[in-house]
Write a protein that binds this ligand. Sequence first.
Ligand SMILES: [Zn+2]
Length: 269
Amino acid sequence: MAVMSSKKCIRCQNRKFYKVRRGKLRCKKCGYEFKPKIAGLRIKRVLLKQIIYWFVLGHSIRAIVEQTKISHYLILKIINLLRRIMLRDVPGIFSGTVEVDETYLGGQKKNKTKKQLLKEKLAGKESKRGHGTNKQPVFGILCRSGKVFARLVEDVEAKDLMPIIKKKVKSGSRVCSDTWRAYTGLAVKGYVHRTVEHKEKEYVQGKNHINGLEGFWGYLKRKLAAKGGIQRKYLYLFLAEYVWRYNYRSLIIKQKVDRLMKLLEDFSG
Ligand SMILES: [Zn+2]
């Protein structure tokens, strides 16, 4: 069987191969046979699968290093690769009833950039929204089947959030949000906009609520707190990991491992 691959023949650069025995590929053009490395990693498939299994179970990098005797560097590389895969493995376009909301992560001094520290000093720490602008804003969308999409954003104004909503939510959908000003243009943009006030629980009635996203924010913050502070430059990867874990929470462990393994095999950088 001939297959197209993201891999190139190292002899002739051709991209068409026959799949031959024991996971090997044979170049269709020059006949060169080789066993493709998974995502360019120097590691045996069984061991890689074992590492994914431990990662899915929530083992720390240190524990995996101890178990495998593989270098910390390589384990970290594999796990960050998995996180980058998780970043891409997100729901497509949302429709029906969706929730949108933003929150803030971190805020510890070590997570702040120099620019942010300076900005805070100048601004006297006053937040536009009473949360503390020194923290990293995150924006999320959730559909009623429970799947989440979340990204770090620069700010929480309409210019930051509207383009994401336009891209991820089908026009005509019912969008539930709180009364934050960034969402006021939703009806004009072709959505059925319903607002709720999440400070006061008595307003939660019928279909119009953002309880799903509030549940996800709680989950995310507990997970990040348990990690004990994450460097800001890696925060987007951890966010991707927890979004993925949340979205696939109903899969059994074998299905999670198989899904990641398959995505890793198709991964081309
Ligand atoms: Zn070739």
